[in-house]
Design a protein around this ligand. Structure first.
Ligand code: UTP
Length: 292
């Protein structure tokens, strides 16, 4: 299977993250020293994907600019002899081949993926990685799906087990475990009530899809929340071409959720040896003094 492109939708309104996202895209909020979306592009490149297709809108140009050269800044860094920082700044511009497609109206995730049709329709399959969903650990998140997709020649979605009270925040699947951590998906339901959830296996922001998905997306009527839902179109794949789900190993942070966003910042801060000790001390002090 020839899989080279990562589609990264970044055209949502980010309403859960207001007022921070009034003028700054949610995907550009920093997690420690990098914007959220840089971690996602790094994961794509780390898994051997070459092209990044941003589904973007008129207010998100800053995202493409982040992955381009900033010549003025580079001159300043060069003159100041800040060679390490210069290297790092240039590396971001050289990280990936960037392609942008406009989603002219934020009609939902399914519609955002449909906007990539003309770019990916001749590929065997393509990755979709949500612009606000961070995955870390010793195993690259999207790589785990790519391996199964290439082996089974089928579309694959990433899932994780969530507590029962959280099922209403996710798309939930039901299916049969065909090998450890790999499921054949039978049905999918977007944000079910606890009583209607077929399992606790929640869809998280990583997918490897085949262009068949566009047949279903094109005929999709708005679903939950009046949006064109990717989950609904995935049912078409599951019924006709077959769809697998892989339980992703690793940590996951939804950057659109404040508690997870803040936890991700601390997680990355603690990974930096030059910061670890001081940050740990400050956190301990905060915890023991409380809010006073
Ligand atoms: P979310 O539903 O988490 O993002 O979509 P949102 O709509 O921006 O956030 P809230 O719920 O209002 O806070 C997941 C990803 O899909 C993109 C978002 O930018 C985000 O990265 N997305 C969502 C689109 O590109 N287009 C859409 O129409 C909807």
């Amino acid at each position: 299977m020839n899989i080279r492109k990562a589609v990264i939708p970044v055209a949502g309104w980010g309403t859960r993250s207001l007022p921070a996202t009034k003028n700054i895209p949610k995907e550009m909020l920093p997690i420690y020293n990098k914007p959220v979306v840089q971690y996602i592009v790094e994961e794509a490149i780390g898994a051997g994907l070459e092209d990044v297709v941003f589904i973007t809108n008129r207010d998100k140009k800053i995202i493409e600019d982040h992955f381009d050269y900033n010549t003025q800044l580079e001159v300043v860094l060069e003159r100041a002899g800040k060679t390490d920082m210069l290297k790092e700044v240039r590396a971001v511009a050289e990280m990936a081949n960037i392609i942008s497609v406009r989603q002219k109206r934020a009609l939902g995730l399914g519609h955002a993926v449909l906007c990539a049709k003309d770019i990916v329709r001749y590929d065997d399959a393509f990755a979709v990685m949500l612009g606000d969903d961070l995955m870390f650990g010793s195993n690259n998140g999207i790589q785990q799906l790519l391996e199964v997709a290439r082996l089974e020649r089928k579309a694959v979605i990433g899932v994780m087990e969530v507590p029962l009270e959280e099922v209403k925040r996710y798309g939930i699947i039901s299916g049969k475990e065909i090998s450890p951590g790999v499921y054949k998906v039978d049905s999918l339901v977007e944000k079910p009530e606890i009583q209607k959830a077929p399992s606790r296996l929640a869809i998280i922001g990583r997918y490897v899809l085949t262009p068949y998905i566009f047949n279903y997306l094109e005929n999709q009527t708005p679903g939950h929340g009046g949006e064109i839902q990717l989950t609904d179109a995935l049912q078409g794949l599951a019924d006709n071409q077959g769809l697998l789900a892989v339980k992703i190993r690793g940590k996951r942070f939804d950057a659109g959720n404040w508690a997870e966003f803040l936890a991700a910042n601390i997680y990355f801060g603690l990974q930096d040896p030059s910061l670890h000790e001081e940050l740990e001390q400050r956190l301990k002090a905060l915890m023991s003094f409380g809010m006073n």
